[in-house]
Design a protein around this ligand. Structure first.
Ligand code: SF4
Length: 489
């Protein structure tokens, strides 16, 4: 400063806007708002939070009007999820205001995940605050889990980010994933349209109430498993399996932010494989453990402590995932091994590069192809996503090496939906052809024909949605041939 001839008195350091705290005594009159996942996840998170004694509610699925509002109040050059999320929040708060609600800043807080980057995710929290301020909600409180953990240690925080909180959250996320998987795997084959969705919404409510009553979930899960067995399916419908990968928010959101990609693909004749939030949690734990192991040599005590914490969290998470999976007869897919994903990605992508999906997009693409998990892979990212742009650069090399892979990468910007969907349709045509060829090959491999298969597929026959199909082929119909051949012998 001396060399620059600046007096210390003239230095004005940046000070973060101090927003009013959310304290324990305000909990009874404050609603915790959140959003950004699927309906199944969000309804169950609401139940989990209410079961812990909070008032909680989720925001509607963000649409393009939310994007416009986000852009109106936000800084230029942000990635789409910021605009969609904060625009959605502002619209919700404005709607409450229009209904005549007073003291909105006192009565609501917004809970979100925070991080220090390295992509724009590190800026989300301050972007939300900036946009809220511009929209006239200068004192609206944005809470992050990380911040709440720190304040929680002082014992004054309205949001207690403690073990019970994370336990309830993990349960809600795992159950939400399982309901989503059930929907995407059974719906394309149901004989009576709407049956699967009806059952899912009934059980979403049952799980929600179980959270309120602090009741165990396993008996309800067993009930669900039994009821699912009553749905009539036709596994002989030859459909391409399309795996959706990409940036976390874009691959998860069910609204305009993804052009409603999963449901649209389903309507176009595909069986869709979406990414469970649990796989993302698994990745975060895996990459945090790797980071701590790398640091162990320079600060062993701190790293050892952190590794123990990560290990405990991982055990808790896997305990719920595995016991709920067992209650559903082991029918839910296992989570992909993070080590294997890293092995698949590492010839192309340094697995220590984090931010966004890190190496996962490349790893998942290779895994889907090499292990015949899907006929086609769609990688979706929001406009302006830095890590996914990096992955896309690498995917050009991966696709040139895997010349048989049907892969398409798309970017969602709120417009150009028709162009994007027509690109996907072109690739879907190739995937449909692949699925048909694979089915014909399976018939030849196992000496089966349609008549023999029909006997297995009739109501009351030895098939139903919950049968455990072998996994030799990518497609459900081809695996059904293998299943029927095994049963027939
Ligand atoms: S991963 Fe992409 S979309 Fe997500 S916060 Fe980072 S830059 Fe934005």
């Amino acid at each position: 400063m001396g060399r620059l001839m600046i007096s210390p008195r003239d230095v004005k350091h940046y000070k973060k806007h101090a927003e009013p705290p959310f304290t324990r005594d305000q909990r009874d009159r404050t609603t915790v708002l959140f959003g950004g996942l699927t309906l199944n996840h969000e309804h169950l998170i609401k139940g989990a939070l209410e079961g812990l004694g909070y008032h909680a509610d989720y925001l509607p699925v963000p649409d393009n009007r939310a994007l416009q509002t986000g852009k109106e109040y936000g800084n230029r050059g942000q990635c789409n999820p910021t605009y969609y999320t904060v625009g959605n929040l502002i619209r919700h708060l404005n709607a409450l205001k229009e209904k005549g609600m007073e003291n909105i800043e006192d009565r609501f807080v917004f809970l979100t995940a925070g991080a220090c980057g390295p992509c724009r995710f590190g800026m989300y929290e301050s972007e939300y605050r900036k946009s809220l301020r511009e929209a006239g909600f200068g004192n609206f409180r944005v809470l992050t889990f990380e911040q709440s953990e720190k304040v929680e240690k002082s014992g004054a925080n309205g949001l207690q980010a403690n073990r019970s909180f994370y336990k309830a959250l993990i349960k809600a996320l795992v159950l939400g994933d399982m309901l989503n998987e059930i929907g995407y795997r059974i719906r394309p084959y149901e004989k009576n349209p709407g049956e699967t969705d009806d059952l899912i919404s009934r059980y979403r409510e049952i799980f929600y109430n179980a959270f309120l009553d602090s009741a165990p979930m396993t008996s309800s899960l067993r009930g669900l498993y039994k009821r699912l067995g009553d749905i009539e399916v036709d596994y002989l419908r030859v459909k391409p399996v399309v795996q959706i990968i990409g940036e976390f928010w874009a691959q998860t959101t069910e609204g305009d932010g993804s052009y409603r990609l999963a449901r649209w693909l389903e309507s176009e004749g595909a069986e869709v494989k979406t990414e469970p939030v649990s796989a993302w949690i698994d990745y975060l734990l895996w990459s945090s453990a790797m980071e701590e192991k790398d640091r162990f040599a320079i600060r062993p005590v701190r790293s050892a402590g952190r590794l123990v914490g990560i290990f405990m969290l991982e055990r808790l998470f896997k305990f719920y995932f595995n016991s709920y999976r067992r209650a559903l007869g082991g029918w839910i897919r296992r989570l992909p091994s993070q080590h294997r994903l890293a092995e698949y990605a590492s010839p192309y992508f340094n697995v220590r590069i984090t931010g966004g999906e890190g190496h996962l997009e490349v790893g998942k693409h290779r895994m889907a192809f090499e292990e015949k998990k899907a006929h086609m892979v769609v990688s979706i990212k929001p406009f302006g996503c830095m890590p996914s742009t990096l992955s896309d650069g690498v995917q050009s090399k991966v696709t040139s090496d895997l010349s048989e892979s049907v892969f398409v990468s798309i970017e969602t910007s709120g417009d150009a939906e028709v162009n994007v969907k027509s690109r996907v349709q072109m690739k879907l045509y190739e995937a449909k052809k692949k699925a048909k060829e694979e089915f014909a090959q399976a018939l030849r491999d196992y000496g089966m024909n349609h008549e023999a298969l029909r006997a297995f597929n009739r109501p009351g026959g030895p098939s139903g949605p919950m049968i455990s199909l072998p996994r030799r082929y990518a497609g459900t119909a081809a695996n059904f041939v293998l299943y029927a051949a095994g049963r027939g012998r």
